[in-house]
Design a protein around this ligand. Sequence first.
Ligand code: PLP
Length: 421
Amino acid sequence: MTKYTSKHIETNAIHAGRINDEQFGSLATPLYQTSTFIFDDAQQGGDRFAGESEGYIYTRLGNPTTRQLEKRVAAMEGMDDAAATATGMAAVSAALLTNLQSGDHMISSKAVYGCSYALMSHMLKKFNIEVSFVDMTNPENISAAVKENTKLIFLETPINPNLVVLDLASICSIAKKHNLLSVVDNTFLTPVLQQPVKFGADIVIHSATKYLNGHGDVVAGIVCSSFEMINEIKMTALKDIGGTISPHDAWLIMRGLKTLPIRMDRHCSNAQTVAEFLESHPNVATVYYPGLKSHPGNKFIGEQMKAAGGVIAFELNTDLTGGSDFINRMNLFSIAVSLGDAESLIQHPASMTHSPYTPEERQDAGISDSLIRISVGLENVEDLVTDLKQSLDLIKVKAVFNVKTPSSVDTDSSKQTVDTL
Ligand code: PLP
């Protein structure tokens, strides 16, 4: 294995962890699409199981193609090691289940990806693990929620779907002070734009389904951490629960990773143009994108995050029907969940990605029912703006207002709806 690592992420995205194909000199990573590995003899098989000789045993426990992906992403995150998983949710569950046991307590940000919320609010409860969901925009709320049995803090930044940015340095220092593990889901920004370990994160996870792969043809995840933690995750959550990645998916993700830095550049510049356009359109009520000066997370650009990424959320000056009509009129944006692909996507979190929350929980977490989320792809940005504009221009803004009337008049019938084009 070539141990080439650089201080530059563009080089690591292409070379880190690279296996030299000594037999044929293949430039592309060899794909070891095999479930199992042949031992020279029974003794060698036994020795490998006992950990007394090096070598692969069975792909659920490890595979050379997958190993290259793990080394590469670990180098890009600036962390010791990584464990690749079958999905992003397998990465989230592996990180949590390896580190929590019955009777423990953890703290999560109130707003997180819908299935991470479902895992923590429903599944962990079955194992007697208690979760406090707090608003982490004020890190003091975390300190206030710490109990004697608290083990871990979980967060995303920017948060899916409302793009709230959390202060990694403050949150990780609270974790350190109380001897808690900090787990950061870095899916939205990737190591190209943000490396949570620099701010003290202990475990960094990704849905590799998104930007890391980038081509909409894989579901996968990855957990990065210390050698000891990754070993523990592999020997428990992966070996015994079994959320192992397929070698073919690992191979596809490595193909995607080679262009990640340049893809992120374009995702960010396209998203910035689209966000500024949305902010200027009269039929858009609010735009949530940390790249905008108006966004409270804008102050974190530079230090914590290099740029704002490719996901934007916004609310329209219309009702829910107007919102779904707006989505249905899109031509270039596909109506689909997921993000980070070359194709631009549009979805409605309340009825789709964040439907595991009850309406009350969603409201409490700051995820409004009228929020629309887009993943800005790599198409020509003029085409993206044109598509959004044609649909926005057709919104009928429904403003309900009370006309001043004599007190004798029934005020309900005096409410008027104005349609403006
Ligand atoms: N984390 C975040 C921030 C996500 O957006 C998602 C999926 O959308 C996940 C985790 C889960 O990833 P996967 O769908 O690959 O299981």
